[in-house]
Design a protein around this ligand. Structure first.
Ligand code: LLP
Length: 447
């Protein structure tokens, strides 16, 4: 890490588009976060509505001929679902709970798809009754189960077949192997994918759309998609020659990366779209097959940068390390219950002092939470002004994806609210939990 010339400065590309500082106070959506905390308390997730919508639109506009489904697992609320609907995207849900958010938001069900490697019969029935646009099947058991559900309900279902293309992609690297040791999908190489397609074709009431491949997350370029698309299109060709059927569609999943720190350099949606379309067109020509209609499922790249988390500093401790250096531990009023990603994935985040300007020289700080666990780290390393003190506000950018959606009540913490900001107005879209919420399920069970 390099020491910044001024630790007060925002590294703007890590923040949502309306974030700026005024006399050291961070503003998002025209709302000063010090005012937001004064009214709503901390910690809080701050959601920049204009930025969220703009990122959704950017994917829809860049991937012109595609269907774009927002992956709701990254962050989902009724308001977010409405914005996604208004911006013209579809919604990918992967549980009955996510489906109920779509329902409450009045999301057009024809634009909803249901994922999951172990959907319950209840979830499948509900999806079929609601008329979701497509169900992505993930096992032979499920094909049988769904066929029975559509027969019982007397309503058909449109189906995609989740396949494993033998590609695992992480940021700059991808690994292409023949070995597919994971729970999702049907292996193309083993022949299971072809068999799954055959069973869907044979099942009355199931309409086959095509294969679905999701290769990983936080991917920065199209190399992994290229290998996956080639293998999946080869399946299209085999289905045509061996089963005499056409698969009209193909889904390439999500996984588009974002910048969490200055080390990350993700590609723009327009570049990815151009590259992915060129790969598919080239491969289809080579195989002599028609180009399938394409779809994608970005989650992180829409929600991630649109949100930041605001915390209040509670304690500051200088800890002497072996060798004599000092690390400044800054404890905030949240932690691994509102952002598990640092502890779980060793993820990198950054942060900034959000409530004042400081001319103190920077110190290397570690931002930690208030949980009873040494691994409760929010930001591993950041240069903060050396006079950072209790009562200061700190903001962490890029927390929109998988922070609120993976938040927990560890140590009986209350999950923070999500507050949407736009044009100078702050609106609570998910309220802060209360101790009554927390204890509502603890029914005692005593005589
Ligand atoms: N489609 C499918 C089938 C997926 O499984 C996922 C993510 C996505 C789309 C969206 O991927 P995205 O564009 O958001 O990368 N909890 C982890 C990420 C797990 C992703 C699971 N599937 C994290 O916090 O990094």
């Amino acid at each position: 890490m390099r020491e910044p010339s001024d630790p007060n400065d925002l590294v703007t590309h890590l923040w949502s588009s309306t974030a700026r500082k005024s006399d050291g106070v961070l503003e998002v959506g025209g709302v000063a976060l010090s005012d937001l905390v004064a009214e709503h308390g901390s910690p809080a997730y701050v959601l920049d509505e204009a930025d969220f919508r703009a990122r959704a639109r950017a994917f829809r506009d860049a991937f012109v001929d595609y269907d774009v489904f927002y992956a709701g697992k990254a962050f989902l609320s009724i308001a977010a679902a409405r914005w996604i609907a208004e911006e013209g995207l579809g919604l990918d849900v992967c549980s009955g709970g996510e489906l109920s958010v779509a329902e409450r938001a009045g999301f057009p069900m024809a634009r909803v798809e249901l994922h999951g490697n172990n959907k319950t019969v209840g979830e499948l029935e509900r999806a079929v009754r609601l008329g979701v646009g497509r169900v992505v099947v993930d096992s032979f058991d499920e094909i049988e189960r769904l066929a029975a559900v559509v027969a019982r309900e007397g309503r058909p279902a449109r189906v995609m077949v989740r396949v494993t293309a033998g590609v695992e992609a992480h940021t700059h690297e991808y690994i292409a192997t023949a070995h597919e040791d994971q729970k999702f999908g049907f292996s193309i190489t083993s022949g299971d994918a072809l068999e799954a397609v055959r069973r869907v074709l044979d099942a009355p009431g199931l309409e086959l759309l095509g294969p679905h491949s999701h290769i990983g997350s936080q991917i920065f370029d199209s190399a992994g998609f290229e290998v996956a698309a080639k293998r999946v299109l080869a399946l299209h060709a085999r289905v045509a020659t061996e089963l005499g059927a056409t698969m009209p569609q193909m889904d390439l999943g999500g996984g588009f990366g974002i910048a969490y720190t200055t080390q990350d350099d993700p590609a723009e949606p327009a570049r990815l779209a151009a590259e992915m379309s060129a790969i598919v067109a080239h491969e289809c020509r080579a195989l002599g097959i028609a180009e399938p209609h394409l779809s994608i499922e970005p989650g992180r790249a829409i929600a991630g940068p649109a949100m930041c988390t605001i915390y209040e500093v509670g304690t500051v401790k200088a800890v002497r390390l072996d060798g004599g250096a000092v690390r400044t531990y800054v404890s905030v009023d949240g932690g691994m219950s509102d952002n598990i990603r640092t502890a779980l994935y060793d993820a990198d985040y950054s942060c900034t002092l959000a409530s004042r300007v400081s001319d103190a020289p920077p110190v290397l700080a570690r931002v930690v939470g208030k949980h009873c666990e040494a691994g409760d780290i929010v930001v591993k390393d950041e240069f903060l002004p050396g006079d950072v003190a209790p009562g200061d506000l700190l903001a962490v950018p890029g927390t929109g994806a998988y922070c609120r959606s993976m938040a927990s009540n560890y140590n009986h913490a209350l999950r923070p609210p999500v507050i949407a900001v736009r044009d100078g107005v702050a609106r609570v879209v998910v309220r802060r939990e209360t101790e009554d919420d927390l204890l509502a399920t603890d029914v005692g069970g005593l005589e």
